[in-house]
Design a protein around this ligand. Sequence first.
Ligand SMILES: [Zn+2]
Length: 398
Amino acid sequence: MELLITGGRLVSGEPADVLVDGGAIVAVGRQPHAVADEVVDATGLVVAPGLVDGHRHVWQAPLRGIGADMTLTDYFGAVLGRALDAYTPADAHLATLLGAAEALDAGITTVVDWCNVAKSREHLDAVLDAYATAGIRAVVAHGGPGQDGDAEFLAGLDGRVRGGLAILGPQYGAGDEAARQIRLARSLGLMTSMHMAGGADEPLDRLHAAGLLGPHLQFVHVNAMTPHEARLLSDTGAGVTVTPVVEGTMGHGASPYSRFAGAGGRCGLGTDVVVNAPPDLFEPLRDTLRRHRAETSSMAPAGPVLAAATADSAAAIGLGSSVGAVAPGLRADLVLLSGLAHVRGDAAAALVTTSRSSDVHTVIVDGRIVKRAGHLTTLDLPKLREAAVSLALRATDC
Ligand SMILES: [Zn+2]
C-alpha cells in the first residue's frame, strides 16, 4: 500500500513530498505525478522524523505525577516496589496502551520500554499484546535473574516490536553477572540496556577489558560521566541515553550531553518516567539546549539538538539504520507538525525551542497513520486515562 505525504517541508526547509510503500520511505522530493493509495495533505506542515524515546518505563503511565517530590529511595519503595507489586497482567496491558497513547500523541514513534512490569510471562504477553494494538514502534527491554528464557523469546521478535535485554549492569549489580548477561544478549542479537551513574571508571574498564563494550550496549543517565568514561563510550560506539528532565528533578546530576559531545559522542534522549516528568520529548530537548548553552558559555545553535531525539537517539539503541531520519530506505516513521508554516529555511531550531505536543498534527509509524489531524486513530487517549484511574488508586493505596 502506497502513501504519499504531499505539500510539506522537511525540517531542513526543503519542500518535500514523501512517498511510502510497504511501510518504508521510498522517495523524498517533489513527486508531482506520483499516485498513491492514500494521500496526506501536509500543506503548511513540517515533516520531521518520528521522535525516538530511548528510555521509558511505559507501565508507569497511570502513575503520572505521583512522584513530584520523591527521592530515588522513595521511588524504589513506592513505585518499583509497592505499585509494581500491585500490577496484574491486565493492568500491564492497560498501562502500556496508555503509555503508548501518550507517546504517540507527542510525536514519539519509537520507544524503548524498560519493562519492569514483565514480572511473569503473562505480564510480558499482555505488554506485547498492547503494542500490537497501539501501532507504536517498541523495543521491549526486559530480563533478570532466572529469566534467560524470556530473553530467548524476545530475540525471536522481529519487525515493529522487538526485544532487548534490560539488566542491572555492573554498577548497580554484580560485574560478573552483567558480563554474563551482555554475552547472552550479544549471542542472541539483542541490545542490552542498563542504568548507570558513572563516576567510577572501574566498571566500564572491566567491560572494556573483557571486550564487551560496543554499539550493542545502551547506558542510561551516566550523570557522573568522567572524561575517561566519555572517551571509552565514544570510542567503542556504545549508546548513551540521557533523560535530563527526570535527572534534574530527582537530583541525579547534570546531563552528560555536553561532556559526551566533547569526547565526540552523541547522546540520545529519553523521558524515563512520568511520575515526575511530562510524557513528551519536547521538554528534554529544551532542557538539553539550555544546559548545553550554559555549560559551553555559548549560543550553540538549537537546530542540531533535534538529532538527540531523532537520529542520535535511534543510533544509541541500535536502530540508526532503520529510523531517525526522513530518507529513502528507512522505515516510514514521521511526524507532521503545525505552527511553523511561517518559518523560513531550517525549521529544526524552531521545533526544538517552541514545539509541543499540541502541535503534533499527524503521526505515521511503519507507514501507518496513527494520529491524524490531531486525533489518535488506534487508541482513545481520554478513555484510557479514565480507565487507568482505578488502577492508579489501587496501586498507590498502601
Ligand atoms: Zn529508567
